[in-house]
Design a protein around this ligand. Structure first.
Ligand SMILES: *Cc1c(COP(=O)(O)O)cnc(C)c1O
Length: 735
């Protein structure tokens, strides 16, 4: 299985970087030692912003270069939105503080494009400018040229930042820089500072230098040197600002590589729910770090306000207490924001899913060929079947194969309304579809799921059938908790652990990563009520119940047991179980015409199949029609072409008069061969047939009815097959 990369190191460092940024703006050690505070806030904490830029480089710029401008546009839009919100948030504070008095238009541009309107918000325009610049560079320059250009830009930036003292010694240069400072207040911006770190982030991820000892050594040496650089610059009073150092890119490269190679610790420890919980919290921490960045200046104001209002001087007088107060408050508010926004998003997401589906349900647009699902009939059948069973036994409808062709989401939604809270499907994809469309009940996958898809079972809270003992071991080896029902083979010999294999079954109970929620078997002759059929079924039931007793005697629970499918419920309603897996009967028919007739009234057919009449024409005597010219008109006749074919599930074996459809309540026999998407019928003798009218292929028209069992019989199969093959392109409407 493919192991997706994890970036624990990066994820965790985001919070540290956010804490550094807060430190820069609160000077935690100022009360103790000026030198120590300088080291912390002007040297150590200076890794924070380059770190965020490098992450952007690795995950955003690399993506933009690979996937083109669409991705870029999305990034810029998203960042712009966040920036906009932050600007609005700080607008009142800025106005109150008098930041925006006497602004002219160029000031506003400078603020929005470079300085960011509030002291920390410069990061957003810098990031956007930097990303755009790098993407643009990549179109016209190769890698070396890009690196060279970004280094030159960085050096120019250094001149306006911590090396400004040197620039001031050269009069001509000073003028140029002063002119620059009227456009942007600092050179630590998207043009001079961002590109090099964006590129470094992108390339650090690719570089193969990952001997951690070398990286640690590199980080140690370069960081010491950078600290020295910072103190030297300070002692010579060269700094105009202190965001950029000559050695910062070197430090950042080693630091980032170390974080990238730190990957293991989380993946291996913990399993199941604890693991998931931790994954979720890591995701929260990642988003929270952004909010801490945005919100901490506001929290600085809040803490100062509280200190003033409540006269807690310690809060502001001791710099460390002050720092911790701001940091803790920022973290709390940020985590709260993230959890709240996530909840909002999930809600909105769920609602939008429903909206889309509901629109589909109500918009009755039966264009070409469609299938009508009779809601009343479905509810009637649910009730009939439920009444037949003991009170403790609930329905677990089989909605596999697109709910026997009826439309799985549509049917499952309707069943949930009728109080059904458990479903069974054939495969994992069917389960995922239902879950993503908002079905909340238990969903049991009756068949095999490949190990590569085990993650879907876990992700979508599906329940898997244990198809045999080796399969249980495979499921357990997946290592995360999976909910299962054990299939028991009592005589069908399709899937399931044999009912005699008590030890194997107990072993499955003991498997660490399997939660055994149920146990079931499947009857294979419950539709045949002769002596042999009855005794075989009795033996199957007896074997199953014996096993259940034995498991219970060993002290294990069998929370949900189930044994009957449709014929089991109809023919053996007294069999005990917590669920009955009803399929075909729920849809109001049974496999054969005779069985269906025996239960008519008790069960009502749910499905009708209809198609549009595309054209009406005359076939003159002696003319032939269709592929293979299988039909020749014996006299002048009227024919109609229907916009439905075998690709829609109407069997081709009904060609050439074997099958009929109903138009205006009259039978119209199929003539010629049924095509993939169209077919022709004989409408001689049916009055006034118009193109655009409907033809009924399954269902009622006037006093006549064609049942799915008729079609099954004509094509030599059972109703189940005809239903489950209803074409995917048919529209499904609930009426
Ligand atoms: C399909 C299926 C059912 C439903 O069968 P019907 O005869 O349509 O009611 C029940 N149990 C299992 C294991 C199935 O595969």
């Amino acid at each position: 299985m493919k192991q997706s990369k994890r970036y624990d190191g990066l994820d965790r460092f985001r919070l540290a970087a956010a804490a550094f940024v807060v430190a820069i703006h609160t000077s935690p050690l100022a009360s103790f030692s000026e030198g120590a505070d300088f080291f912390l806030t002007r040297a150590l904490a200076r890794v924070a912003v380059p770190f965020f830029l490098m992450v952007t480089g690795q995950f955003v710029v690399a993506g933009c270069l690979q996937h083109g401008s669409g991705r870029l546009l999305r990034y810029v839009k998203k960042t712009f939105l966040l920036y906009g919100i932050a600007v609005l948030l700080y607008l009142p504070i800025g106005i109150y503080a008098g930041h925006y008095e006497k602004l002219c238009l160029t000031d506003i541009f400078r603020m929005l494009l470079f300085d960011g309107t509030f002291y920390h918000l410069w990061y957003f325009p810098a990031c956007m400018t930097g990303v755009l610049l790098v993407c643009f560079m990549s179109r016209i320059l190769n890698r070396k040229q890009m690196l060279l250009l970004s280094v030159i830009l960085y050096i120019i930036g250094l001149g306006g930042d911590s090396y400004y003292g040197l620039i001031e010694m050269v009069p001509g240069l000073t003028d140029i820089y002063e002119a620059g400072f009227s456009v942007f207040s600092y050179t630590r911006n998207g043009i001079f500072m961002a590109p090099i770190f964006l590129l470094l982030g992108m390339w650090a991820a690719e570089s193969r230098m990952d001997d951690r000892r070398i990286l640690w050594a590199g980080l140690g040496i370069s960081f010491l040197a950078m600290t020295e650089e910072a103190f030297l610059l300070r002692s010579f009073e060269l700094q105009r600002h202190d965001s950029m150092y000559l050695l910062l890119p070197v430090v950042m490269f080693f630091l980032y590589k170390l974080l990238l190679t730190h990957r293991k610790s989380m993946g291996e420890a913990g399993t199941g729910r604890a693991f998931n919980r931790r994954k979720r919290w890591t995701a929260y921490a990642v988003s929270a770090s952004a909010w801490i960045y945005i919100l901490h200046p506001a929290m600085i104001i809040v803490v100062r306000g509280i200190a003033k209002a409540m006269k807690v001087n310690l809060l502001v007088e001791n710099s460390l207490v002050y720092y911790i107060a701001v940091l803790v408050l920022s973290c709390m508010v940020s985590f709260f924001m993230v959890v709240m926004l996530n909840a909002l998003y999930e809600n909105k997401y769920k609602r939008s899913c429903f909206k889309i589906e509901e629109k589909k349900e109500t918009a009755v647009c039966c264009g070409r060929a469609w299938l009508e699902v009779d809601r009343k009939a479905l509810h009637h059948n649910v009730q009939s079947l439920q009444e037949r069973l003991p009170d403790a036994c609930k329905l677990m409808p089989a909605v596999k194969a697109d709910a026997y062709g009826h439309g799985d989401v549509l049917v499952a939604r309707e069943l949930e309304k009728a109080g059904v809270d458990a479903f069974c499907v054939a495969c994992v994809q069917e389960g995922v579809k239902l879950r993503t469309q908002g079905i909340k009940g238990m969903i049991l996958i009756l068949g095999y799921t490949h190990p590569d898809q085990f993650f879907l079972i876990e992700k979508y809270h599906l329940t898997q059938t244990v198809v045999d003992y080796p399969y249980a071991c495979q499921l357990n080896d997946y290592g995360k908790l999976i909910h299962v029902h054990i299939g028991i083979d009592t005589g069908m010999h399709r899937i399931g652990v044999r009912s005699e294999q008590l030890e194997q079954i107990l072993d499955i109970y003991r498997m660490e990563h399997l939660a055994v929620d149920g146990l079931f078997t499947h009857l294979c002759v419950s539709d045949t009520m002769n002596v042999r059929g009855k005794s075989y079924t009795a033996a199957q039931a007896e074997a199953f119940y014996r096993l259940v007793r034995q498991i219970r005697e060993h002290g294990y629970e069998c929370p949900a047991i189930h044994i009957q499918a449709s014929y089991g419920v109809l023919n053996y309603p007294k069999l005990q179980g917590d669920y009955a897996r009803v399929g075909i009967a729920l849809y109001g028919v049974l496999s054969t015409k005779e069985d269906t007739a025996a239960w008519s009234g008790y069960l009502k057919p749910v499905l009708s199949l209809k198609a549009r009449i595309a054209a009406v024409k005359i076939l003159y005597e002696g003319e032939s029609a269709g592929y293979g010219i299988q039909y020749t008109a014996k006299q002048n006749m009227q024919i109609a072409t229907l916009s439905i074919g075998y690709a829609d599930g109407f069997p081709r074996s009904l060609s050439c008069g074997v099958g009929s459809v109903l138009i205006h309540g009259c039978p119209a026999p199929v003539i010629g061969r049924i095509c993939m998407d169209q077919m022709t019928v004989d409408i001689s003798g049916i009055e006034n047939v118009q193109p655009g009218e409907e033809a009924v292929l399954i269902g009622h028209s006037g006093n006549l009815e064609i049942s799915v069992c008729d079609i099954a019989k004509q094509s030599g199969t059972i109703a189940n097959e005809i239903l489950s093959r209803m074409g995917a392109r048919l529209e499904r409407v609930l009426i």
